[in-house]
Design a protein around this ligand. Structure first.
Ligand SMILES: Cc1cc2nc3c(=O)[nH]c(=O)nc-3n(C[C@H](O)[C@H](O)[C@H](O)COP(=O)(O)OP(=O)(O)OC[C@H]3O[C@@H](n4cnc5c(N)ncnc54)[C@H](O)[C@@H]3O)c2cc1C
Length: 337
């Protein structure tokens, strides 16, 4: 082992994916993950995890954004092809997106040419669900369920010598002289850690129900979605800008239930397993960049990787591979490499 030390701040899907990729790139380094919350206490755990970046998702340039998305798709798809896929929570899934409003709402310029199937719904398919659906698409994509992926990635990380510490960081100066470089994957935590006013919570609430007969995902108007997973089916949703409320709101729950049951009436027989709330770390653009942070006069090398909004499970591998490249750049010239 060399004396190169890298700290990863954050243990959501972004932090753990970055940590595992850093281990592959810097095989001799000591890599630590430091976070105050894990597994079910992270935003990542709340996500349904469908691979579907929003059309407004953006990195610094269109080319970089597209590269993040395609790198991420092939990363998840490689896991899907292995015997590890069920443990990692990765699977393939097909479904429909319908709209009664605008044709553009059922298109996705980012993934139409990446996923194996993305086509217009036929007239017959537009009447699969009750409602006056005018536009629709059918597509096949991937799903990564974080209730499985986070423990799986943690196990890989620790088996490769990675260390995990539970700690809340108030200031980067707490890492002074401890690491050669720190990768900041704190999601919404960066609002305070970096005084970053561009990052905003986008509150979401979901219902988890038992409905084993549902094998297909469905999206309708007004942020209505039904996404089957390994353990349960996720019903959503809502997007509440600048809300920090982490408690379950009974009216949001009732509205989600009503909209999803209107789309798929068989859900009326589904047993409610849980309701969960998460604050999506929305930032335009997502921040993946190097910074030299001033710590009491000396400089700490930091690579940021945060602000994925509602699409962090989708894109985490893409931005993490990019962040690993920035870590290498920031260490260039170091005698520890
Ligand atoms: C309802 C809902 C549905 C969603 N559905 C999808 C979906 O289908 N597909 C998709 O791609 N995305 C989805 N998302 C979005 C996705 O969940 C997020 O983009 C993603 O989880 C962000 O991951 P992260 O690792 O950046 O943040 P988090 O999972 O929030 O992890 C942040 C980590 O940083 C740590 N941390 C923060 N501040 C500090 C600090 N000061 N000191 C120490 N540790 C700190 C935390 O403890 C935690 O470990 C959904 C989100 C919600 C809320």
């Amino acid at each position: 082992m060399s004396d190169l030390k890298i700290g990863v701040l954050g243990a959501g899907v972004v932090g753990l994916t970055t940590a595992v990729e850093l281990q592959k790139e810097f095989r001799q380094a000591q890599i630590d993950v430091v976070a105050d919350k894990f597994y079910e206490d992270t935003t990542s755990f709340v996500a349904a995890g469908l691979f579907r970046p929003g059309t407004s998702f953006c990195g610094p340039t269109e080319d970089i954004t597209r590269k993040w998305i395609s790198d991420a798709y092939y990363y998840w798809d490689e896991i899907r092809k292995t015997a590890e896929a069920p443990d990692a929570g990765v699977t393939q899934m097909s479904g429909y997106i319908f709209s009664s409003k605008f044709p553009g709402l059922v298109r996705n310029h980012y993934i139409e040419k990446i996923v194996p199937i993305y086509r217009s719904a036929t007239e017959e398919e537009l009447s699969i669900c009750p409602g006056n659906w005018k536009y629709g698409s059918y597509f096949t994509t991937l799903l990564t369920e974080c209730s499985r992926y986070l423990p799986w990635a943690t196990k890989r990380f620790t088996a490769n010598g990675g260390k995990i510490t539970t700690r809340k960081i108030e200031n980067f100066s707490e890492f002074q002289n401890q690491y050669d470089v720190v990768v900041n994957c704190t999601g919404l935590g960066s609002k305070f850690l970096c005084n970053d006013y561009k990052i905003v919570p986008m509150r979401g609430q979901v219902l988890k129900v038992e409905a084993k007969w549902i094998k297909t995902f469905f999206y309708g108007d007004y942020d209505t979605y039904i996404i089957p997973g390994f353990e349960s089916v996720t019903l959503g949703g809502c997007r509440q800008y600048d809300s920090y409320d982490l408690s379950v709101n009974k009216y949001d729950g009732m509205a989600i239930k009503e909209r999803c049951e209107a789309l798929l009436p068989s859900l009326k027989n589904a047993k409610l397993v849980a309701q969960r709330v998460g604050l999506r770390p929305h930032r335009d653009p997502v921040r993946v960049e190097k910074e030299l942070v001033n710590c009491n006069g000396s400089k700490l090398k930091v690579v940021h990787n945060y602000g994925h909004g509602g699409y962090g499970v989708t894109v985490a591998p893409g931005t993490s591979l990019y962040a690993v490249k920035l870590v290498r750049e920031s260490l260039s010239g170091s005698s520890k490499l």
